[in-house]
Ligand binder design. Structure first.
Ligand SMILES: [Zn+2]
Length: 386
């Protein structure tokens, strides 16, 4: 037995849709609360799925029900406890330094299973200030300041030093980081600031006119840095860049891409115009356009133009193996229904649509060609017989 293990007795079990909530005579577990997630661990050989404080009782969720009166060994998952304690203690430091050295108040915080965040009362925060803040925090880690946790009667609490006023009564649990913080807090903490390893801010976002900082500490900080390095490495591999050149290069590539897209759009418009003109020279009610190599967007743009002239436009795109049928609404034929029925009768492709436009998808180019010929034939017959 150590501080993370406790022999105790099951005193009550309540069932709901999540499972069986067990109450123990004594619980070593931390229940979710105060912005910190619940501990993880085991009761006997059963994994504890959740721990909540309900009606003043710590209740432990298990998949199965244990008989009341059973003596059990309750064991905290030490890794998860240490991790939560690190993230939570890091929040104390962040809040203290932001308030005492930068005059920025913390409004709320949450310790997450992946990352944690604090909402701070400011509209002006930039990354150079974050860099400076991280150095200040790291200095406190190096100083390895002791963290004392103790309970004192409410009248002995030095309320002028309290980080945040408390309305708790009776015995108050104080968490004191030497020279940094004096706080009424019920969460779990590490013993010294050195155990935090490092505190790393990963994101900054404006919320409700304030700023939300997302951060990680300890092993989570190492993992976040490794993840960022991995992402950068793949970019460096593709663009032959370095950490120093990557930002400029990516912006340059993005600008080039935007210019190319503009050029492509202009070219596509020209092509569409030429193709439409060619189709319109033929005096057909049903006009077919076949796009063998072009993008689907161009095929659609072309048949939209054709449909706008009052014809029934059929467009095939070989790349996506799709067929489009469209008219301007002046024809009686509901192309969606027509296409769906025709495909069912041919037993190829799948598709449908509404009165004015429809599309179908085929599994091969040869199916697309077969479908296209038959659809055009049926449309021509239908239109001619009107
Ligand atoms: Zn705390």
């Amino acid at each position: 037995m150590n501080q993370h293990t406790l022999e105790t007795v099951v005193t009550a079990v309540k069932m709901d849709q999540s499972g069986y909530w067990h109450t123990l005579e004594n619980s070593p577990f931390y229940a979710e609360g105060g912005g910190q997630p619940a501990d993880r661990g085991w009761i006997g050989s059963h994994e504890v799925l959740d721990i909540q404080l309900i009606e003043g009782e710590v209740r432990h969720l298990l998949h199965e029900s244990l008989p009341i009166g059973t003596t059990v060994e309750a064991r905290i998952d030490e890794d998860v406890r240490r991790d939560h304690s690190i993230q939570h203690t890091a929040q104390h430091l962040l809040t203290a330094i932001l308030e005492d050295r930068h005059g920025i108040r913390t409004l709320s915080f949450g310790i997450g299973s992946a990352d944690s965040s604090i909402e701070i009362e400011t509209t002006t925060m930039d990354w150079s200030l974050i860099n400076a803040l991280e150095h200040e925090l790291q200095q406190l880690v190096y100083e390895n300041r002791p963290i004392h946790v103790y309970e004192i009667p409410e009248e002995e609490v030095d309320r002028t030093r309290l980080r945040k006023a408390t309305d708790r009564m009776g015995m108050i649990r104080i968490v004191e980081i030497e020279g940094i913080d004096y706080n009424a807090c019920g969460g779990t903490h590490v013993g010294t600031t050195g155990q935090l390893g490092t505190i790393h801010v990963t994101a900054m976002k404006k919320v409700r006119g304030n700023i939300r900082l997302t951060y990680v500490a300890g092993n989570r900080a190492i993992e976040a840095i490794q993840q960022a390095r991995e992402a950068l490495r793949s970019i460096h591999h593709t663009f032959s860049t370095t950490n120093e050149s990557v930002a400029e290069r990516v912006i340059e590539e993005h600008t080039i891409r935007l210019e190319r897209e503009k050029e492509i759009k202009t070219l596509e418009e020209r092509i569409a115009k030429a193709k439409v003109e060619a189709v319109l020279k033929e005096d057909n009610y049903v006009a077919l356009h076949v796009g063998r190599t072009e993008a689907e967007t161009l095929t659609i743009a072309i048949i939209e133009r054709i449909a706008a002239t009052g014809r029934i436009a059929v467009g095939a795109n070989y790349g996506t193996q799709k067929l489009f049928v469209m008219h301007d609404g002046t024809h009686d034929i509901a192309v969606g229904k027509f296409l769906k029925t025709a495909l069912q009768e041919m037993q190829i492709g799948r598709g449908g649509g509404n009165h004015k436009q429809a599309q179908a998808r085929f599994t091969s180019v040869s199916e697309l060609e077969r479908g296209m010929e038959e659809i055009v034939r049926r449309l021509q017959e239908g239109v001619l017989s009107c």
